[in-house]
Write a protein that binds this ligand. Structure first.
Ligand SMILES: Nc1ncnc2c1ncn2[C@@H]1O[C@H](COP(=O)(O)OP(=O)(O)O)[C@@H](O)[C@H]1O
Ligand SMILES: [Mg+2]
Length: 240
């Protein structure tokens, strides 16, 4: 396992992301460091997905810079990303979870054992031999989480992992994220669910129109938001 100290902090300096003459993000500066769960909120289209993808290194930066403390291969290996709508492979649940380990050269037997352990942890122990494609929405999200966590990432990005899930599935995923946090995984995730942010966050990031308006401890964000945009968002007002 790569140590978190060997890759963080990630210093994000005045990054901008432009596509087809339109600025989607920035200029935005932030330092990803420390531990715990940072939760990213903001209206639809505010740039949450773009920002998460940029940090993970899968979105081209137009201006500004991102500096990792660590060297490239370690930085890559240290992180995983859970997409909002995970793409399911034409494999069994067991093989899907084992796949990232196989890519890293782990033997078939060890990868299978780890996959079975993670399937059990996320509540998919009875679904090991089922094709991933036939899982329910909540089961697919759990599979995506197991596939991300099986390689014990030090840093985990999640993009609205509980969108469209019922209360039970959301609860289960929140428990898995809390366990990962306790085990030392640094988590950055977006959500549109204020209750979820209150339950999980250590600190809050608020995006509006591609700009990071707040980066603040959770309690202060919910009791004394610093910007009128965040205050309006928390009240449930539409931000135009
Ligand atoms: N590849 C792209 N090309 C052009 N516009 C994009 C692209 N991806 C996202 N956008 C636009 O960028 C803005 C931010 O999108 P996104 O990061 O998905 O926001 P959020 O996740 O907060 O809803 C939106 O206006 C969206 O329509
Ligand atoms: Mg999004």
């Amino acid at each position: 396992m790569v140590s978190l100290d060997s890759v963080l902090p990630l210093r994000i300096e005045e990054i901008e992301i432009w596509r087809r003459g339109k600025r989607l993000l920035g200029p935005l500066s932030w330092v990803l460091d420390g531990d715990g769960i940072s939760i990213l909120m903001g209206p639809n289209g505010s740039g949450k997905t773009t920002f998460l993808r940029a940090m993970h290194g899968i979105e081209r930066i137009s201006n500004g810079q991102m500096h990792w403390a660590g060297e490239e291969p370690a930085v890559q290996r240290a992180q995983a990303f859970v997409f909002q709508a995970p793409i399911m492979m034409r494999r069994t649940v067991r093989d899907c979870i084992a796949y990232p380990l196989r890519l890293r050269g782990v033997s078939r037997v060890l990868a299978r054992d780890a996959a079975e352990e993670w399937a059990a942890r996320v509540g998919l122990g009875a679904a090991l031999s089922r094709p991933a494609m036939v899982l329910s929405g909540g089961e697919k999200q759990k599979l995506a989480l197991a596939r991300a966590l099986v390689s014990t990432p030090q840093l985990l990005f999640l993009d609205e992992p509980c969108a469209n899930l019922d209360g039970r599935a959301t609860h289960d995923i929140e428990m898995i994220l809390k366990e990962a946090r306790e085990a030392g995984t640094r988590i950055v995730m977006s959500t549109h669910d204020i209750g979820q942010a209150r339950r999980l966050a250590d600190d809050m990031l608020f995006l509006h129109d591609g700009r990071l308006l707040e980066a603040t401890p959770k309690d202060r964000f919910f009791t004394r938001p610093a910007t009128p945009e965040a205050a309006a968002f928390l009240k449930g007002d539409l931000l135009l």
